[in-house]
Design a protein around this ligand. Structure first.
Ligand SMILES: *Cc1c(COP(=O)(O)O)cnc(C)c1O
Length: 384
C-alpha cells in the first residue's frame, strides 16, 4: 500500500490495512497470553517477554494512532489519567511544570495534591493567553508545559505553536491533552508538541464501553523510553479485550467526529439565538474568544463539545438537565450517545466552571432531535 497517498480517515477505517498473515482475517485476534517463549539461545527473538510491558493486541491501536497523529510512536494505557500522570511522573521532584487553570478536573486535582506533595512545582496559568504561558516558563527550570485544547468545560483554545516555541526555547517539553480535538481536528505534533495525550475512553473508542488512555510521542527518544518504562513498571496497561475494542472503535473515528462537529456547529448556532440561553461556548462560533486560534489549528470542524450558560443561573441549569429525554444526564464525552452535564456540581468547591453552565457532548443522533429535546427542557424548566 502506498501509505503516503492514503488519507488518515482511510488508514483508520482499515486499521492500517492489516490482514492476519496466517488466517487472512481482516480483523486481528485478541492475544490473551501473559508470557512469551524464550529461545533456546536464551534470547527473545519475538521481542516480547511479558505482557505487563506489551502485548500484540496493543500493536494495531498504537501503530494506527501514531499514524493518525503524525507521531513516531504511541502507547495505550489503562486510562486517560494513567497516560497523563505518566508524563508528570517521568519528571523529578523539584521540577517546574506549567499547566492550565482550566483543564480536565481530575488531572488538575492530582497535580494540586499528589504531584505537588511528591515535589513537582506546579504553576497554574491562563493557558488561553500565550503571554501568561511566557511569563510562567523559566529557562532551564521548567521541564514541561501542558495544554488542553479545546479545554474542558469552557472550550478555551490554547495556541499550540506559540506554546511550543516558548517551551522549547526554555528547554521544556510541550504536552497536549488532545482528547476533545482528536487527530481529526488537530494534530498537535505538526504544531510543535512533543507528546500528545488522549483519554481514549472518549472519541477514540467512541462507544462509552471502555476506559483507556494513550500517549503519542513526536520522537522515539530517551524520554519516550522513560514513558514506556513507567507504563511497564506501574502496570498501567490496557486489558487485551479493551485494546481490541479500542481499535474497533477507532475505525469509525473520522465519520463519528465529522458528524458530531456538524451537529454541534448547528446546535451552537441555534442555541446562540435561544431566548433562555445566556451564552453558548463553542470554538466554531465567530463570537467565541478562541475562534481565531481555532481557525488556525483546527481542521474539519470545531469539535463535538459545547457548553451553554442558562438564563436563571444554577437552579435553571439543573432544572433544564432534569427535563431532557433524548440527551442523557451523565459525565464523560465523545460517545455516540449525546450527554448533558451540570459540571459545577460534579467539580465541587473551587471549580472555575460557572454554575449556570451545562456541558453538552454531541453524539451521532439527528441534530434536529437534539435541538427539540433541549428546547422543550428549557421551556419546561422556565415555566416550572
Ligand atoms: C476523560 C478525560 C481525561 C481522563 O481520562 P480517563 O480515561 O477518564 O482516565 C483526561 N482529559 C480529558 C480532556 C478528558 O475528557
Amino acid at each position: 500500500m502506498t501509505k503516503k497517498t492514503v488519507s488518515a480517515a482511510s488508514l483508520a477505517a482499515q486499521a492500517m490495512g492489516w490482514i492476519d498473515p496466517v488466517t487472512r482475517a481482516v480483523v486481528p485476534p485478541i492475544h490473551m497470553a501473559s508470557t512469551y517463549l524464550r529461545d533456546e539461545d536464551n534470547g527473545y527473538s519475538s521481542g516480547r517477554i511479558y505482557a505487563r510491558a506489551d502485548n500484540p493486541t496493543f500493536d494495531q491501536a498504537e501503530t494506527t494512532l501514531a499514524a493518525l497523529e503524525g507521531g513516531a510512536k504511541a502507547l495505550i494505557f489503562s486510562s486517560g489519567m494513567s497516560a497523563a500522570t505518566a508524563c508528570f511522573l517521568a519528571l523529578a521532584p523539584g521540577d517546574h511544570v506549567v499547566v492550565p487553570k482550566v483543564m480536565y478536573w481530575s488531572l488538575r486535582n492530582w497535580l494540586a495534591t499528589f504531584a505537588t506533595n511528591w515535589g513537582l512545582k506546579v504553576e497554574f496559568v491562563d493557558a488561553d493567553r500565550t503571554d501568561a504561558i511566557a511569563a510562567a516558563v523559566k529557562k532551564g527550570v521548567t521541564k514541561l508545559v501542558w495544554l488542553e485544547t479545546p479545554a474542558n468545560p469552557t472550550w478555551a483554545l490554547s495556541d499550540i505553536a506559540a506554546a511550543a516555541e516558548i517551551a522549547h526555547k526554555a528547554g521544556a517539553l510541550l504536552g497536549v491533552d488532545s482528547t476533545v480535538a482528536t487527530p481529526v481536528l488537530t494534530r498537535p505534533i505538526e504544531h510543535g508538541a512533543d507528546i500528545v495525550m488522549h483519554s481514549a475512553t472518549k472519541y477514540l473508542n467512541g462507544h462509552s464501553d471502555i476506559i483507556a488512555g494513550a500517549l503519542v510521542g513526536a520522537r522515539d527518544d530517551d524520554h519516550w523510553k522513560k514513558l514506556r518504562a513507567i507504563r511497564a513498571q506501574l502496570g498501567t496497561i490496557l486489558g487485551q479485550t479493551e485494546a481490541w475494542l479500542l481499535m474497533r472503535g477507532m475505525r469509525t473515528l473520522y465519520p463519528r467526529v465529522a458528524w458530531a462537529c456538524r451537529s454541534a456547529q448547528s446546535l451552537a448556532e441555534k442555541f446562540a439565538a435561544h431566548p433562555m440561553i445566556e451564552e453558548v461556548l463553542y470554538p466554531g462560533l465567530p463570537s467565541f474568544a478562541g475562534h481565531a486560534v481555532a481557525r488556525k489549528q483546527m481542521t474539519n470542524g470545531f469539535g463535538g463539545m459545547l457548553s451553554v450558560r442558562i438564563k436563571g443561573g444554577e437552579r435553571a441549569a439543573i432544572a433544564t438537565a432534569a427535563r431532557v429525554e433524548l440527551w442523557k444526564r451523565a459525565t464523560s464525552l465523545g460517545g455516540v450517545e449525546s450527554l448533558i452535564e451540570h459540571r459545577a456540581s460534579i467539580e465541587g468547591p473551587g471549580t472555575p466552571c460557572p454554575p449556570d453552565l451545562l456541558r453538552l457532548s454531541v453524539g451521532v443522533e439527528e441534530s434536529a432531535d437534539l435541538f427539540e429535546d433541549l428546547d422543550q427542557a428549557l421551556k419546561r424548566a422556565h415555566n416550572a
